[in-house]
Design a protein around this ligand. Structure first.
Ligand code: G3P
Length: 222
């Protein structure tokens, strides 16, 4: 399973990359706007720096809603760095754009996916990735992870090569559930990645080893 960071925060990405377990990054207009506000830097600079930090796909999203605008946004974003994957929401015009971008060899992450049907359409149009937003489904009382299960099965049934990115992840159990289902990728906020390390018994264990070792060193007069 690949781990992506769902953030545009360069400090968080630097830390994750240092740990050596970050395979890619996903951003969206909200996350980029936050980083622009925090740093005062232009979106192009931020995206370029993320791509230089991470050796893997970096998703970026435009805000145009019409076909020509979506395609132009995608061409522009993908010109920033070869690692850029363009996020396109799954709507009728979005699907048309995904097909066009597939023909142009521009990598696409079909986003705002809330049903297996949307994932099927995106895969058929040639999307490289689909991003089911599970947390937002959980928020409205739906079972977000259920659609991940369905999408993974459907893609296996038909040998679609589109990869499934579990997105809108809120806590470490989402990561475990996605891994059990066999999703290709989980993209998570930095705080979820930090929580994946955490176990109170690990902390207690380290404390005990250090205490016992110090005691032995005291006995030896070291
Ligand atoms: O990758 C999708 C993500 O950016 C949306 O997450 O937490 O805003 O639902 P969230």
């Amino acid at each position: 399973m690949q781990i992506f960071l769902d953030t545009a925060n360069l400090d968080e990405i630097r830390k994750g990359v240092e740990w050596g377990i970050v395979d890619g990054v996903t951003t969206n207009p909200t996350l980029l706007a936050k980083e622009i506000k925090r740093t005062g830097r232009k979106k192009e600079d931020i995206l370029h720096e993320i791509c230089e930090l991470v050796n893997g796909p970096v998703s970026a999203e435009g805000v145009s809603l019409d076909f020509d605008g979506i395609v132009e946004d995608a061409k522009y974003l993908s010109s920033i760095h070869p690692n850029i994957t363009v996020k396109i929401p799954v709507t009728p015009v979005g699907i048309r754009a995904i097909r066009k971008l597939h023909e142009l060899n521009i990598k696409v992450n079909a986003t705002l996916v809330f049903s297996p049907n949307q994932a099927i359409l995106a895969a058929k149009a040639g999307a490289n990735f689909v991003s089911p937003f599970i947390g937002r489904l959980d928020d409205i009382g739906d079972a977000g992870m259920r659609i991940v299960e369905q999408i993974v099965t459907i893609f296996e049934n038909y040998k679609f090569t589109t990869k499934v990115i579990v997105a809108s992840v809120r806590h470490p159990m989402h990561v475990v559930e996605a891994a059990l289902i066999g999703a290709d990728i989980v993209t998570m906020p930095f705080n979820v990645l930090e929580k994946m390390f955490k176990h109170q018994l690990t902390d207690v264990g380290i404390e005990r080893f250090i205490k016992d070792w110090k005691e032995a060193a005291r006995i030896l007069g070291e």
